[in-house]
Design a protein around this ligand. Structure first.
Ligand code: WT7
Length: 667
């Protein structure tokens, strides 16, 4: 008997050896150049050129070498970016969970697959590849027995924990897609995502625990499914000892899993079958369910994980993002597990129980690669160096940053204080849409120069281009432009669930033939890239992406009119500034409306959607055709009054003075 500590409830699992009915391919983990033997490629910078210029040969070789196929693919890619058609490795069949688990169980069953760093410090739980496979198989069998079929979509609303990983992999095992919803989202936001994904099964925990606080996740699911007619069953795992009210739809997950077999036949999936949906914000109110598929996504996550972070066998890798974001998908789960690595799942916060949490964890778990967000680094920097110095960080080899631009001060502190000046800091640029890292300092050369605050160089197979305002490719250096990617790569999202039209319009049509990222970038004299921020109405609050229109949608029921914009915030990166015009007809107090706005933003979206500032105005600056001039509002908030620009199209130029005065009064 082996006891798996799943939160408090211990699940006793009999030890069974997996039947050897799906032999993995022999894998070599040599560098791609020497292993693949590409013609004319003698070093890793040649390899970068080769990966872009002979993209098909590169990806075909890497896909054969790195993935275990049930049936080989016959076509490397069939893509036409101008049509929004993206297909990789067609004809191929594989199973992602076999690639992440079974093949490692064959070679090293007792290697640690996941270390669950629970919220309670010093209570980590380790699971071997064999244990994670057994957990996944039991859950796969349970899902199958309870009617989940290939092609269904299961919504997962859980904090980072082994059962969440097993849930994702169990879906992959039986061919269902998963839809992980960040457990900080409100019931309304969860319901919207369940409805759009048409899930009949939801997986959650009784309660979450974060920063010492208990979070009622099961209650949130109960509230959400009131408006989700498709939901037939809710699997509930026990993270705490506190019982929760179980309804007829609820399934006690550990109890039912204990009855299942530890062997579960993997479904053979086509390369282009959906692996998961992940909702993210765009510039309109409705979140988009980006679709990622099996082979290309997994390959790209695995390859970037290995080369961007210089991950070597036996290293302990830790990505502290939540599994509810793409970062958690690609670098807490799929990338490390496909590589047979050891991955840390972080359930807590950077300052619980104190601001030394990350570094105490690094010391205790002997972490080799640490991947986190600039917002947390900026926060910890303010608490001072002593929290870092207290702990031994000599195991650290690479430090990563993701989610938003990292300012030079934070970069330097991360490098000098956390990494003792000896660990390269890799600022990685990518998006939910790109599936994995696209621009990062050292994909092709582990000794390459790194400039603080720059994402630097494209990854293998990535060809970034900058576009000018006329939609033409900028060829010179030391210039800025709209960041596009000139050719498809295996990790990119395939479409938007239920809305393929929106996918093509958003990403493929702005610059026909190119993938448009929505970000602006600067290319230095040396040809290095620096990301300058979004070009659309999407803002980035503590690494959480949110559309200003989404917040405006929420506000519109409380006020007559609103305009939400992002402003530069010293810790969060960007903060939320809302201009609102009260409804004329009713007599309301500003304080009441403020409270109402905050309640609604956290109820409809999440806590991080609450505005930092609410400015009450009599009216908003508009053009004669009635469009709000956000440019003017942005300049006012950024205190760039000289740069207000052309105001001749304004309906009434006096509004600007009112807005400036109101802004002044608020600060
Ligand atoms: C947006 C994507 C996939 C990472 C987690 C966020 C911004 C991401 C960087 C970076 C500057 C960055 C971009 C991007 N972003 N990484 N290293 N430097 N900006 O994923 O929620 O899909 O957000 O985050 O604006 O478009 P996401």
């Amino acid at each position: 008997q082996v006891s798996l500590k799943l939160g408090c409830g211990n699940l006793k699992l009999p030890v069974l050896t997996q039947r050897k009915n799906f032999a993995p391919l022999a894998l070599s983990w040599m560098s791609p150049s020497s292993a693949a033997g590409f013609e004319g490629v003698s070093d890793r910078s040649d390899l970068q050129d080769f990966s872009v210029c002979s993209s098909d040969s590169f990806w075909a070789a890497v896909a054969r070498q790195r993935l275990s196929w049930i049936r080989p693919f016959h076509t490397v890619q069939d893509c036409d970016l101008s049509q929004g058609r993206i297909r990789w490795f067609e004809g191929g069949k594989l199973n992602v969970s076999v690639n992440c688990l079974d093949r490692h169980v064959h070679t090293c069953p007792e290697r640690v697959a996941v270390i669950w760093e629970r919220d309670e410090p010093k209570s980590e739980v380790k699971l071997s590849y064999r244990q994670l496979l057994e957990m996944t198989c039991r859950l796969g069998n349970l899902l199958r027995r309870r009617g989940v079929k290939k092609g269904d979509c299961v919504t997962i609303y859980m904090p980072p924990c082994p059962l969440a990983v097993a849930s994702m992999l169990a879906c992959a095992r039986i061919g269902a897609a998963h839809n992980v919803v960040f457990a900080g989202f409100s019931a309304d936001a969860l319901a919207e995502r369940i409805r759009d994904a048409q899930s009949s099964t939801v997986i959650t925990v009784n309660q979450g625990v974060r920063g010492g606080k208990v979070i009622e996740l099961k209650k949130t699911v109960d509230a959400a499914i009131q408006s989700c007619p498709t939901v037939q069953q809710v699997f509930v795992a026990m993270r705490t000892e506190n019982p929760v009210v179980m309804t007829a739809k609820d399934v006690a997950m550990e109890e039912e899993m204990a009855k299942e077999d530890t062997v579960c036949e993997p479904a053979g999936m086509d390369s282009e079958d959906t692996l998961f949906l992940l909702y993210t914000s765009g510039s309109t109110g409705k979140p988009k369910g980006l679709v990622h598929t099996q082979a290309g996504y997994l390959l790209y996550a695995a390859l970037t994980h290995r080369y961007v972070f210089s991950y070597h066998d036996g290293d302990v890798f830790s990505c502290v993002a939540d599994i509810g974001w793409i970062t958690g998908h690609s670098y807490s789960v799929y990338g490390p597990l496909a590589n047979g690595g050891t991955t840390v799942l972080f359930e807590s916060t950077p300052i619980y129980p104190d601001p030394g949490r990350y570094w105490e964890m690094v010391q205790r778990l002997k972490i080799n690669q640490f991947y986190g967000a600039p917002t947390a680094i900026r926060l910890l920097l303010k608490y001072g160096d002593k929290w870092v110095h207290k702990y031994d960080r000599s195991t650290l080899k690479t430090l990563g940053s993701v989610g938003e631009p990292i300012n030079t001060e934070a970069w330097e502190w991360y490098h000098r204080v956390v990494g003792q000046g000896r660990c390269p800091v890799v600022d990685t640029w990518w998006q939910t849409e790109t599936g994995g890292i696209c621009i990062a300092p050292r994909p092709a050369d582990p000794d390459a120069e790194i400039v603080p605050g720059m994402a630097m160089r494209p990854f293998f197979g990535i060809k970034p281009v900058l576009m000018d305002t006329e939609g033409k490719v900028v060829t010179s250096n030391d210039t800025s432009g709209a960041l596009c990617i000139a050719q498809p790569w295996p990790g990119m999202a395939r479409t938007i669930h239920n809305d393929p039209q929106r996918f093509t319009e958003t990403y493929c049509q702005p610059y026909p033939g190119y993938f448009f990222t929505g970000d602006g970038a600067y290319r230095s004299k040396e040809g290095y890239y620096q990301i300058t921020g979004r070009l659309d109405d999407v803002i980035n609050v503590s690494g959480h992406r949110i559309g200003t229109a989404e917040i405006e949608d929420v506000l519109c029921s409380a006020v007559a009119e609103s305009a939400v914009i992002g402003f530069s915030h010293s810790i969060k990166g960007q903060g939320i500034y809302a201009f609102v015009v009260l409804k004329k007809s009713i007599d309301v107090q500003e304080a009441d409306v403020t409270r109402q706005i905050n309640d609604m933003a956290s109820k409809k979206i999440a806590k991080y959607a609450c505005p930092d500032y609410i400015q009450f105005a009599q009216r908003l600056p508009k053009t004669r055709s009635g469009k709000i001039m956000r440019r003017v509002l942005r300049k006012v908030v950024d205190s760039e009054l000289e740069g207000l620009g052309d105001l001749s199209t304004l309906d009434d130029p006096e509004v600007v003075q009112e807005i400036i005065q109101g802004h002044h009064d608020l600060l």
